[in-house]
Design a protein around this ligand. Structure first.
Ligand SMILES: Cc1ncc(COP(=O)(O)O)c(C=O)c1O
Length: 401
């Protein structure tokens, strides 16, 4: 989806912080029902702040190279489309826990590709992982008096989930050193969005030990697990990290990036059998169900590695074009060992100045500040554009030298 559409679709006024002025007449009571909705706990939508850079980039005579969001642009593999079509006649309610075939395919993929052994009973499909991330603190019963931690530089939805639950949101890479309210849920994200950093198994192991001792849930967002380039990411459920037991651990896997399925809304969570059972219970009551045709598509996707290898090779090629072009134009790329982003800083520019300079070249990137104050010197450059747009961006960067 072009960024303009993504931002427009996701940023309509939804609540009192940004919306109430638009729907309540001047002078009316702004402490009415809208002011008490969950929307009042949420910050503004970050991508709204990219509007003028997006307009500048879009005005480039050769068109925008939109590298600001991680939305896949390559086709949904035929094997997956065929499975979706074959399951189109699905009049009944789907299973919240997922079909047996889907859960077996998920467990098979984890074993085959990542050396992780889970029972299909401990797999639960979700309606895209953003949904689970936003609601996990609530589903786990976190609330006021609890803390939810997430990395200092992070995908914004961990923070949103904490706020929706009314819990304290703590941005830290050291949840074991957090003061104040006890951490009930600690998020990891390896490979990281935005930095592409891959956590060492030893660090994950320490955190798993800490979480078990502290009675916290350690949830690992492994959205980019299949997209290692300079490092091989390891799942929190790998025996090297957690030993033979998954107690206290949840791992969250998305098919959006591996299989170009962002439009299908397809992911799953696996791990501690008691936690997965508790999530299933709430999700059954709340109707949080993956549609049957999408379950069939996921089953096909998880059973096929060929398309994922092809997609990995595509991103590796794009990375190989974009990274040297950015570096030659004066940005230094750090971390960025895996995942779909280059994390880059320029010695003379903060993140917003880099965004501005690049938008003049028709290249739209996101400012590191979107992911936390520690990102103020960096930009995040996504590899999710066509080969042609990546080549155009690289040519423009080369001309900047
Ligand atoms: C770190 C991370 N987690 C989760 C998601 C959500 O993915 P989806 O909801 O498409 O499964 C994203 C999307 O970009 C992400 O970057």
């Amino acid at each position: 989806m072009p960024v303009a559409d993504a931002a427009a679709a996701d940023s309509r006024p939804i609540g009192p912080r940004r919306g109430v002025r638009g729907v309540v007449p001047p002078g009316a009571d702004t402490a009415g029902p809208a002011a008490r909705t969950l929307a009042s706990r949420l910050p503004g939508f970050p991508w709204d702040r990219l509007g003028s850079a997006a307009a500048t980039a879009a005005a480039h005579p050769d068109g925008i190279a939109d590298l600001s969001i991680g939305t896949p642009v390559d086709p949904v593999p035929a094997v997956i489309q065929d499975a979706l079509k074959a399951a189109a006649d699905s009049p009944g309610y789907p299973l919240t826990r997922g079909t047996r075939a889907l859960r077996a395919a998920a467990a098979g993929w984890l074993a085959r590709r990542h050396g992780v052994s889970v029972s299909p009973d401990d797999v639960l499909p979700v309606i895209g992982t953003k949904e689970l991330i936003a609601w996990l603190p609530t589903l786990l019963g976190c609330g006021p008096g609890d803390a939810v931690s997430f990395p200092a530089l992070a995908y914004p939805t961990y923070d949103i989930g904490a706020r929706l639950a009314g819990a304290r949101a703590v941005a830290t890479d050291e949840p074991e050193r957090t003061d104040g309210a006890p951490v009930r849920l600690a998020w990891l994200n390896s490979p990281s969005n935005p930095t592409g950093w891959v956590l060492a198994p030893a660090r994950m192991r320490d955190l798993a030990c800490w979480a078990r001792a502290a009675g916290a849930v350690l949830a690992s967002d492994e959205c980019y697990l299949d997209l290692g380039f300079d490092a091989t990411p390891v799942s929190v459920l790998h025996p090297q990290v957690c030993g033979p037991s998954h107690d206290g651990l949840l791992a969250v896997f998305s098919l959006s990036k591996r299989s170009n399925l962002a439009g299908y809304r397809a992911g799953f969570v696996a791990g501690d059998p008691a936690l997965v059972a508790a999530l299933l219970e709430v999700r059954k009551h709340a109707g949080m169900i993956v549609p049957a045709p999408v379950q069939a598509a996921m089953t096909a996707a998880l059973g096929d590695d060929g398309h994922a290898d092809e997609q990995h090779a595509r991103y590796a090629r794009r990375r190989g074009v974009l990274r040297p072009a950015l570096e030659q134009a004066g940005w230094s790329v750090t971390h960025s060992q895996a995942g779909l982003y280059l994390w880059a800083a320029h010695p003379n520019c903060d993140c917003w100045e880099s965004v501005r300079v690049l938008s003049d070249l028709g290249i739209l990137v996101s400012p590191g500040e979107f992911y936390g104050p520690a990102g103020v010197s960096h930009i995040r450059v996504a590899l999710t554009a066509t080969d042609e747009r990546i080549a155009a961006a690289a040519a423009r960067l080369r001309a900047l030298r």
